[in-house]
Ligand binder design. Structure first.
Ligand code: GLU
Length: 421
């Protein structure tokens, strides 16, 4: 593999690049475009001194990376997590480029992040940090430039503060600067549930393709945040039994099926799954060993590794998280015949409805929830079927088929636009 700049050289970036290289090699991508797409177009590193509630000043580090701007403004979430670093943010930005291209959105990919533990910050500290971060990345963002959204550790409240900070600088309300914001300031109906809903549309389509009935199928979900908990809820309403779920603290298991509504209420009040009494407590590693039809990793990246891929007992993996599977693990899963729906397809529901939100903001004309869900279903299922058709005709797996289709779209745009100067 060609060398990686030291500041990007992190496990997630290496994994994402390996997937890119494998797909690019497969169709002999033009070498010059290959060189361009392996690196982000812009990356901004910022430091933010924040007055904590106890009077101390803490300096936080943050990033915003724009991977490619050839198809339109850039789009992607903002992550608050202790593990955030430039390499990870750049990798996730690159993944956003492929995701948007694959489902036909007029965006390039971006990602942002702050290295912090939002669970240890008060609401006021979180607000100060968010506003200062927004002020620091202000030159990069805007409805025609780069549009942030929620990701791990952020939510609609964080988006509201970002939108307000940006709007204060402009002197008027600019709802289209972020997506995933509250409905009352220009958010979209259906956005909060969109990623989980998309995961389930994809799961049902996969079951149909493999000739497996939803009734009688079982699922295990890793991660019980916005994606995992909502996906679990929709899986159940479609007749699939969810036997195991986990969050960052522990897992719960019940072979007869878990009561997801009860777990959601429990998590809301206790902020953890620990101590939930109507199920057996298990570890995250044990969760991966559970027998099931569908495994939905919906937590952080790098969870399915060479160490655990051999003992997964699922037939299908639907990647609700970004980059949950390492390249080494992917190889093992392919050999074992596990049907993997890659992140850029499986979790694209979030950014699809973000796109709808942005369009509604720009047009100042808002749609009904039914319309939004139907359009989401149409876009995501069309993308799924196109990838499936391509994967069958070329005899490649769903990840490679998705990547090749996405990269081809980028290559066409780069070739058409040419080089400047
Ligand atoms: N953070 C989500 C993702 O990784 C959503 C991004 C967006 O809506 O812009 O796809």
């Amino acid at each position: 593999m060609e060398s990686i700049p030291p500041e990007l050289n992190t496990p997630t970036y290496i994994d994402v690049l390996e997937q890119f290289d494998a797909a690019a090699d497969w169709f002999c991508l033009d070498r010059n475009i290959w060189k361009r797409l392996r690196l982000p177009q812009r990356a901004l590193c910022v430091t933010m001194p924040i007055r904590m509630d106890n009077g101390d000043v803490h300096v936080f580090q943050g990033f915003r990376v724009q991977h490619d701007t050839s198809l339109g403004p850039t789009k992607g979430g903002v992550r608050y997590h202790p593990g955030v670093n430039l390499g990870e943010v750049a990798a996730l930005a690159m993944n956003m480029t492929w995701k948007c291209a694959l489902v036909g959105l007029p965006y390039g990919g971006a990602k942002g992040g702050i290295r912090c533990n939002p669970k240890n910050l008060s609401r006021r500290e979180l607000q100060r940090l968010t506003r200062r971060y927004t002020a620091e990345i202000l030159p990069l963002i805007g409805p025609d430039h780069d549009i942030p959204a929620p990701d791990v550790g952020t939510n609609e409240q964080v988006m509201a503060w970002m939108m307000d900070t940006y709007s204060q600088q402009r002197g008027y309300a600019v709802p289209g600067v972020v997506t995933g914001k509250p409905i009352c300031i220009g958010g979209s109906l259906g956005r909060e549930e969109a990623t989980g809903r998309g995961v389930v549309y994809i799961t049902l389509e996969t079951l149909r393709h493999l000739g497996i009935k939803a009734e009688g199928s079982t699922a295990v979900v890793q991660g019980f945040g916005n994606v995992g908990s909502i996906a679990a809820r929709f899986l159940i309403s479609n007749g699939i039994k969810v036997v195991g779920v986990s969050d960052s603290t522990c897992g719960v298991y019940n072979s007869n099926g878990l009561d997801i509504s009860a777990l959601i209420s429990y998590k809301k009040s206790k902020h953890t799954l620990e101590g939930y009494s109507n199920a057996e407590m298990i570890t995250n590693e044990e969760l991966f060993g559970l027998e099931c039809t569908i495994l939905v990793p919906a937590a952080l990246s790098g969870q399915i590794t060479e160490e655990n891929a051999g003992r997964l007992k699922c037939r299908i993996i639907v990647e609700g998280a970004n980059s949950p599977t390492t390249s080494g693990a992917d190889e093992i899963l392919r050999e074992r015949g596990v049907f993997v729906i890659p992140d850029i397809l499986a979790n694209s529901g979030g950014v699809i409805v973000s796109y709808f939100e942005w369009v509604q903001d720009l047009q100042k004309y808002f749609w009904k929830e039914k319309e939004i869900n139907e359009r989401l279903q149409e876009v995501i299922i069309t993308a799924f079927n196109e990838v499936l058709k391509f994967s069958i005709s070329e005899n490649i797996d769903m990840r490679k088929a998705s990547m090749v289709k996405a990269i081809k779209r980028l290559a066409d745009a780069h070739l058409a636009r040419g080089l400047y100067p």
